[in-house]
Design a protein around this ligand. Sequence first.
Ligand code: PGA
Length: 247
Amino acid sequence: MKYFIGNWKMFGIPTSINILKKINSFCSKDKNRKKYRVIITPPFTLIEKFAKTFKGKKISIGAQNCYYKDPFSSNTSAVSPYMIKSVGAKYTLIGHSDNRGEGDNDVLLKKKVQFALKNKLKIVFCIGENKVEKKNKKTIIVLKKQLQNVLEKKFDKNNIIIAYEPIWSIGTGKLPTPLELREITIQIKNILQNIFSRNSPAVLYGGSVDEKSIEIFKEINEIDGFLIGGASKSSKKFIDILKNYYR
Ligand code: PGA
């Protein structure tokens, strides 16, 4: 089972549901539909509408972030996992590099992970090195720290998905080579096996995945799916990603 997660970031108004209707109608007839799971993370403003519309359908809905207090607290602009869950979302991203860049550090991320799991949200925990770290061959050291500082053995690994998103690849069209990516994915899984002392959670790749680049990743069996930004805002591109992956 592979995951195809569309991260809409700051995109979408109520009528954007038409994009998902097209994706859902493709998926419901697709002969490969049992081989994958589709999750879309729209902005908070659209979660309830989308979750209601696609309840019991092929598309699940998630949030892009959550706060670390529960259920209600006096924190302006914050949205708690409890609130996210109450409007029908099943997942939340945590630690996307956009949010790390705005101050989400490991201490805070750990609290977010704990609160999200406590509220029975599945988390998609994002990790990734920047351009300088890659250049200095620090990728694995960085990823290891990001994972070990936040995840603990006692967390339910069945509710955790890891998304490896090299920051230098997000929105740039730059991709790791298949060889690099296979190696890094294997190393991430080794780190996770050590943390959980058994099988690793699913590990996805994100960063400039689109209907063309997906061809490159097809052969890397170790990857359990993809976190897709820009290309998930177009029903055609998202559908072509699925078509090309299973072609
Ligand atoms: P991208 O974004 O696919 O546009 O590179 C991925 C992400 O930031 O999740």
